[in-house]
Design a binder for this molecule. Structure first.
Ligand code: CBF
Length: 832
């Protein structure tokens, strides 16, 4: 039955207009949504209204698939992957949804007819910055790949009201602004208050004997908070599968305290509400560093408890016992942030469902799997026992019980090797005791994985060596990947078109097919198009830089780029030392031969990370001097792009010639930016760290600029005793560069401004910048020579991009499904 409504523009047939995919129907639906949801017509609509109207239009076309997908899962009682992650960085939704449901071109067409550009509407979207960096972005890539592969999955996480702060730069310094991403509404999420759950905190435990005479414990909590799920559809690329990202928002159990309210103290009456709702207020902005804040533990427990209760509710809807629970549910924990889930599932099974401990433990271990994402000791989470016990008294008891049983087992294996037992213990002893979350994750999971070959090896040999010795069969490597939908198709449309012209569209689902393009390596047309695409992408970025930074950069200069979180181990400062070295050389010899370069940096520093913030300031100060120096004559330009996020990343990667992946070997677990750059045809200059090693294997060592100490050499050098001063004394160029910074050359009027950077390098140089300095310079010399030979560079660029198939997150997800989750695709029929 068709309903006919009138709008000032068109006649709308509701049924068709909510699902029809042709240009005319889309246009009608768009105008209808603008009018009836945004309450605007074309004359008074803001650009944001237009974005919203288009989003509703696309969302309508997702709903049918989404509902069918969920019905299929329910009917077939499928095995679901439950991905637990405290962070998701999905990037803007509109473009991705358009591409995945096949509406990008029709939308572009009808918008043009109305006088609008689709890309302008897409620019309106505030991206959900619900993560810090690689870990959250990886979770989003995995969700995209699971949906594309047709694997039943649900992502669980936190709906932070404020995501990662917006970075502004004032006087060269980073300033943080709150990220009000929800301010104008979010058309992609659907609240589901009907699935509200209660999460308890605090209080104490009481032992009792049940009617069968068994020892039981109950948790007498002190306060509780409600969790409301918000669902976002995750559409697969050109499939009927639409999975769900379910994010939890905290709500107070009571809106206010009536007694206090009636006494007239209104502020105190709502204090409890504010306190509860703070749990999901803001994302902690630390990447790769653990901050022992109580609110952070509350966040972790809150979302994990909500999610487990939700999983069990869905399970009980269709089962009468727990016998098939482990067949239907598998939970992957993204780092240790959700590791408290292991104790929570035990609590739910033992205390609430009255399951015997041994069976509950069997279920728990079989359900959980753990991905480690870091080798940095400062990032390993450990919570003071006192804090833990205050917040989660029952969980602490459970952890002690798990530990006692586990250490008993470990002793039976290792005898009384007490040093090893102490390292394995879930509790770190000392004047202040700590709960070690990585140990809990290892013990409570049936599978443990690292995210690149080297990373997994180092976990096995070093960070988790005792666990590896005990249960080597739990360990495996799963090298990260990234989604080609967002990082090629959406972000590099011209390159995508070239691929499609030569290969058809199949490469979008099977990135390994790009290798076939090696046959075109010597095809003049193909090469010309390749160069033109890179030139166009660089031109676009140059315009962006001019607009936002007011700096004119030459699009034909070498775009040498490092974009990622600012962290000392990633060594933004090493790249800056190279910039200063070139500057110094040019000052000595202005006639020197040099390929013009544009050095581009971007990245956020954690607000409390003083050194990282000083590095950002130093980049700006060096840029100010170099960009204005007539002796440099524009041959070097230095640019820092503010507020690095997924949207900006999508502009930057396709425009890069050179990707800087220069972390100290043994520090970067994997890196994923390295993959995104290479997919856009950038060459990498990098160390043998993280996934760089595998990228080099795939693209061929002759197409990769390698330098630096290996992880083993780093350990050996540190063990021998590392003395940065030796390098300073013997390398005259290094000395001049350091002296230049120390002299205040880049900080006129504040000669000591960058002293802390210099002092840290001279005193300790924790990340071995001095040790790698000379080989880095030598390697950059090779880059310079290669770039001078544009044909050689083009060949290397093509080979890098077309050999990146292995780094599609579809491949990573395939491996997780096969080895860890033991699951696979389920077909969704739209009219089934
Ligand atoms: O595995 C995804 C990424 O995670 C990190 O960002 C993290 O937060 N631990 C690592 O630093 C990256 O190396 C890794 O690629």
């Amino acid at each position: 039955k068709k309903h006919v409504l009138r709008t000032p523009q068109v006649r709308v047939q509701v049924e068709d207009d909510r699902t029809g995919m042709d240009t005319e129907t889309l246009k009608r639906a768009f105008l209808d949504n603008l009018y009836y949801i945004q309450a605007k017509d074309l004359q008074n609509a803001t650009p944001y209204d237009l974005y919203m109207a288009l989003s509703w239009t696309v969302r309508d076309r997702l709903l049918q698939r989404w509902i069918h997908t969920q019905e299929t899962y329910l009917k077939q009682d499928v095995r679901s992957v439950c991905y637990f992650s405290a962070e998701y960085l999905p990037g803007r939704q509109l473009g991705n949804a358009l591409v995945n449901v096949g509406l990008y071109e029709p939308a572009r067409t009808f918008l043009r007819e109305l006088g609008f550009e689709l890309v302008d509407l897409m620019e309106q979207e505030n991206e959900p910055g619900l993560g810090n960096g690689g870990l959250g972005r990886l979770a989003a890539c995995f969700m995209d790949s699971l949906a594309t592969l047709g694997v039943p999955a649900i992502g669980y996480g936190i709906r932070y009201e404020f995501g990662i702060f917006a970075q502004t730069i004032q006087g060269g310094w980073q300033f943080e602004q709150p990220d009000r991403w929800l301010r104008y509404g979010n058309p992609w999420e659907i609240p589901r208050p009907e699935y509200l759950v209660e999460v308890k905190f605090g209080g104490h435990t009481e032992a009792y004997t049940d009617p069968q005479g068994r020892y039981r414990v109950s948790w007498v909590h002190e306060r509780s908070v409600l969790g409301t799920p918000y669902d976002t559809p995750v559409p697969g690329y050109r499939t009927n599968t639409v999975n769900t990202l379910r994010l939890w928002s905290a709500r107070a159990t009571e809106d206010f305290d009536f007694q206090v309210f009636n006494s007239g103290d209104f502020a105190r009456a709502v204090a409890g509400k504010t306190y509860s709702e703070n749990i999901t207020k803001v994302l902690y902005p630390n990447d790769n560093t653990y901050q022992g804040k109580e609110l952070r533990l509350e966040q972790q427990y809150f979302f994990v408890s909500c999610s487990l209760q939700d999983i069990l509710r869905r399970y009980w809807d269709h089962h009468v016992d727990l016998d098939s629970f482990t067949d239907k549910v598998t939970i992957q924990i993204n780092d240790t942030h959700p590791a408290i889930g292991i104790a929570e599932l035990m609590r739910l099974l033992v205390d609430e469902y009255l399951i015997e401990w041994d069976r509950a433990w069997q279920i728990t271990q079989k359900v959980f799997a753990y991905t480690n994402h870091t080798l940095l000791s400062e990032a390993l989470e450990r919570w003071p026992v006192s804090l833990f016990g205050r917040l989660l008294p029952r969980h602490l008891e459970i952890i002690y019980e798990i530990n006692e049983r586990f250490l008993h087992l470990a002793r039976s294996r290792f005898g009384n090797d007490e040093a090893r037992i102490a390292r394995l213990s879930l509790i770190q002893e000392g004047s202040e005791k700590y709960v070690r979350m990585a140990n809990l994750a290892c013990v409570g999971s049936h599978a443990i994985n690292g995210v690149a070959k080297l990373h997994t090896e180092l976990l096995e040999q070093d960070v988790l060596a005792d666990f590896y010795a005990l249960t080597p069969e739990k360990f495996s490597n799963k090298t990260n990947g990234v989604t080609p939908r967002r990082f090629v198709l959406l972000s590099n449309p011209k390159l995508a078109l070239l691929y499609t012209e030569r290969l058809g569209q199949e490469w979008i689902r099977d990135l390994a097919l790009l290798r076939k393009l090696e046959d075109h390596l010597h095809d003049a047309d193909f090469r010309a198009s390749w160069k033109q695409i890179k030139a166009d992408n660089k031109h676009d970025l140059a315009e962006y830089i001019l607009h936002f930074n007011g700096i004119e950069v030459a699009p034909d200069s070498l775009f040498d780029i490092q974009v990622k979180r600012v962290h000392e181990y990633k060594r933004q400062l090493l790249m800056l030392l190279y910039v200063i070295t070139l500057y110094h050389r040019l000052k000595q010899n202005p006639a020197m031969a040099l390929q013009p370069r544009t050095f581009i940096f971007a990245g956020k520093a954690a607000p409390g990370y003083t050194m990282a913030k000083l590095i950002i300031k130093c980049i700006h100060s060096v840029a100010a001097i170099i960009n204005a120096d007539p002796d440099v004559g524009g041959r070097l330009k230095v640019v820092f792009l503010a507020n690095f996020n997924v949207s900006l990343a999508q502009r930057i990667y396709p425009a890069a010639d050179l990707s800087e992946q220069i972390s100290t070997a043994g520090k970067e677990a994997s890196g994923t930016g390295n993959m995104k750059f290479a997919m856009g045809g950038a060459l990498t200059i990098g160390t043998l760290d993280g996934a760089n090693i595998e990228i080099r294997e795939q693209v061929g060592p002759e197409n990769f600029f390698l330098f630096g100490l290996t992880a083993q050499q780093v350990y050996a050098l540190k063990a021998r005793g590392y003395h940065p001063n030796d390098y300073y004394q013997t390398n005259t160029e290094l000395r001049s560069v350091i002296d230049l910074v120390a002299s205040g050359h880049f900080s006129p009027g504040r000669p000591d401004l960058f002293r802390p950077l210099v002092d840290a390098l001279m005193a300790r140089d924790e990340y071995l910048l001095f040790a790698d300095y000379q080989v880095y310079l030598d390697c950059q010399q090779q880059v310079d020579a290669a770039f001078a030979d544009s044909e050689r560079w083009t060949t290397m660029s093509i080979l890098n991009a077309v050999r990146m198939g292995y780094f599609s997150s579809d491949r990573s997800m395939g491996e997780y499904c096969r080895d860890i989750w033991k699951t696979g695709p389920v077909a969704v029929e739209l009219n089934g």
